[in-house]
Design a protein around this ligand. Structure first.
Ligand SMILES: *Cc1c(COP(=O)(O)O)cnc(C)c1O
Length: 458
């Protein structure tokens, strides 16, 4: 029997095999990610500076570049058991459809009500807020997956949850909003008249349909002006990558069990949390010189932070109240064109991934949305899962890589992250099915406008 025949369609782990610790890839990085800076003074922000905004334990995780492993608290392990391990699937049907000698695996994170990997960090952040004795948390949500995940975690722990939802999504995704409300969250379209920064943005840009950066500013303001509240964020931050390492750890344990080693690891990149989590243990081996992997971040051509952005300190939000982060960015004022339906709209990128990319330890590709939806459609038809548009960026490049193998005959092993399901993205699918979806690639001139808003750092 050849090795392939022994590999089941889905590889699960049993409870004993599940990771009990998160892995912090920063511990193995020679060039550490640059520190967060105070937006006013440009001084590095320490524990005390961050306390008004974030939960204490999460700040410690955020600032810790040295501890390789963090124990996952019992309560979080218990919650993870409700929907983890997530399946690692051998995409036999997709391989057959493509006629490729490549072996394709995907780690499917859409098997929970929130429909994405975001629950892995939502429960951790809600847990530490609860442990600190807080009343509740505030956050922003774009497409709605993060807000949904956080509202589920808060309902489980009995915490209040205030979500600022980018106005265009609030209007386009009423069902997403109702899922959050069902889990007890309050959901406010952003920009709103409830906050100073919201009123200011509305005065300057009347009729704006909002952006993630703007919703972040509102959520931070509400957290810092209400007793017993802190702000939590679903991506970009170091702590989020730490929690998401559970994706990569489970994948690695499952692959090791069958003696499989991926040659290429692919993930979509919005703020970088699923990709950072998926690659963490593999990148750790690469950084320690124990193994080598090709790692590819995939982003939309309409929001190309890695492939066309600048590696610079920038604001994380439109209102410029958050710390500055050194990252690949298009500028905090950059808003992707209105025809962009495929998610992954954030202007910046995780500082960890930005540093790894700058050090040449990973690659990035940008893809156009019609090509992304073609891949999504093929995947749905052969593998059965209706993928989120975000996840479909990774599917696109996995298919492209597998088709290259078909030409060369190379029997490469490909692992990609399937971050979630697309049931709430049916307007985007409708545009694709109707043939009205178009691609827009920003011109250099468009991008210059975003870069012009980068803070002057001397
Ligand atoms: C939020 C989200 C992403 C992108 O976020 P990252 O932090 O880059 O992982 C990708 N896929 C899905 C389904 C999401 O909900």
């Amino acid at each position: 029997m050849s090795n392939t025949e022994k590999i089941p369609y889905k590889i699960y782990l049993d409870e004993k095999e599940m990771p009990k610790q998160w892995y912090n890839v920063r511990a193995d990085m020679k060039n550490k990610p640059a520190p967060l800076l105070n937006p006013g003074t440009h001084q590095p922000m320490g524990f005390e500076d961050l306390r008004p905004v974030f939960c204490d334990e999460l700040i410690k995780q955020e600032l810790d570049n040295d501890t390789p492993y963090f124990d996952i608290p019992e309560e979080i392990l218990g919650f993870y058991k409700m929907y983890r391990p997530s399946p690692l699937v051998r995409a036999y049907c997709l391989e057959k459809k493509l006629g490729t000698p490549a072996k394709i695996y995907y780690k499917f994170e859409g098997n929970n009500t929130s429909g994405s990997h975001k629950l892995n960090s939502a429960i951790a952040q809600a847990y530490y807020a609860k442990k600190q004795g807080l009343k509740g948390v505030t956050t922003e949500t774009g497409a709605g997956q993060w807000g949904t995940a956080l509202s589920m975690a808060c309902a489980y722990l009995g915490l209040d949850c205030k979500v600022y939802m980018v106005k265009c999504s609030y209007e386009q995704k009423p069902f997403r909003r109702e899922v959050m409300r069902t889990y007890g969250a309050s959901v406010t379209p952003s920009p709103s008249m409830e906050t100073q920064v919201g009123r200011k943005i509305l005065a300057e840009h009347p009729g704006t349909t909002g952006s993630l950066g703007c919703a972040i500013s509102e959520a931070v303001e509400v957290a810092t002006t209400n007793e017993g509240y802190r702000y939590v964020l679903g991506s970009v931050l170091n702590q989020v990558l730490l929690h998401q390492s559970v994706i990569g750890l489970e994948s690695k344990i499952a692959m090791d069990k069958y003696g499989v080693k991926p040659d290429t690891i692919i993930g979509c990149a919005g703020g970088g949390s699923n990709l950072g989590g998926l690659i963490s243990p593999f990148m750790g081996e690469k950084l320690r010189g124990e193994a080598d992997y090709q790692i590819i971040a995939v982003e939309p051509a309409s929001c190309p932070s890695f492939t066309r952005g600048k590696f610079a300190y920038d604001f994380c939000d439109t209102g410029m109240v958050c710390p500055l982060a050194k990252m690949y960015t298009l500028g905090s004022g950059f808003i992707p064109s209105a025809n962009h339906a495929g998610g992954l709209r954030y202007h910046g990128m995780s500082t960890v991934l930005s540093q790894l990319y700058d050090d040449g330890l990973m690659e990035a590709r940008s893809v156009e949305q019609t090509k992304v939806f073609e891949a999504a459609e093929m995947f749905a038809r052969v593998e059965g899962i209706l993928p989120a548009p975000e996840s479909s960026h990774a599917i696109r490049v996995a298919i492209d890589e597998a088709l290259k193998c078909k030409e060369t005959g190379e029997e490469k092993t490909i692992l990609f992250g399937l971050t979630g399901t697309g049931y709430f993205d049916m307007y985007a699918y409708a545009a694709f099915n109707d043939g009205t979806m178009s691609d827009y690639i920003p011109t250099d001139e468009d991008l210059e406008k975003g870069f012009a808003g980068l803070p002057k750092m001397d």
